[in-house]
Design a binder for this molecule. Sequence first.
Ligand code: SF4
Length: 385
Amino acid sequence: MALARRKPTRAVRVGNVQIGGGAPIAVQSMAATRTQDIEATVRQVELIAAAGADIIRVAVDSTKDVEALREVRARTSDHTRAALSVDLQESYRLIENVAPFVDKVRYNPGHLHHHEKQKSVREKVAFIAEIAERNDIALRVGVNCGSVDPEKTAKFGADDVGAMVESALEHAQMLDDLGFHRYVVSLKDSDWRKVVEGNRRFVAVRPDVPLHLGVTEAGMPPDGIIKTRIAFEQLLSEGIGDTIRVSLTVPFDDKGQEIAAGREIIADVEAGRFRSVPAHFGEGLNIISCPSCSRVENNAFVELAQDVKQMAQYAKDYAVTIAIMGCRVNGPGETDDADIGLWCGPLGVNLKRGDEVVGHYPYDSVLTHAHALLDEVIASKGLAK
Ligand code: SF4
């Protein structure tokens, strides 16, 4: 048995699913369709449920999304056993509208600073916990290394994992102080090394809190699965992780792959089957791309990500990172640390070099500009293979 036993985490009930407390590791995915496209989202939830998901997440950003969610819930709850979860971004108050239709809500501590600046983060967390309590739902404190609380970033400087861990610990403590214990925590990044380190550091202080594992923006298969597998093999084999998500950039109809990949990794680790990874894996071209969700600005995103990957193959031995994101919510910030960033708007794609915008190009011509930029980056860095 290669899954090390660790002290059981608290049991957190999410609909019919239990996370932690010795329950089997729950496997999750997220709908990539536009939430307001009810037909497509119902199909997407059913497809992910049929692939064996325990929990399915949907993005909600507006009251119109909430209306759609109500319909999606009504049309799927009687024939899928999977629990429904919602991802909130800046509009944390939407939890009030969303909570009656879901089993769990995820909030990002790094996004509680944008709205209602006169209120403290503690007040906002108290509001979230109170609504969760009243509606009998669970919460996830979802910290992302790329969008961490600005105060923590200022305090920790280059130690971005430290900033992520302290933010997660602080929110766990806030919820405990409020008497709300029905929560899980996630510490994610697109770099699997930071995911491993962040989760280990969190567990060293709070071994009791159930953890949701994930490598965000892992990209397209097979690389996206490999990056995730490396992180999960390390953590699961140490007994860390109560629920997982494999984030993959794949077309809507292939979203079941996230569940299949997750179950395969768990089964392999349980059976002691570890894939050996070459020592230099991840040192050449690194393409990160978001798994897309309801917020994706143009459905051409997945194809664009695939085209960029193909175009960049000539540079596969160079240490260059290209980030491709589906929308304005995470696009501008999550591309800052890449050498080349592309984030999608409704009609065109923003092309960046580091944190500087190079231009905004139509979907049918951005590849040419990205190619030229890649040549420039390789030349200017004097990169050797
Ligand atoms: S970058 Fe935007 S479209 Fe992609 S997963 Fe994140 S929120 Fe969704």
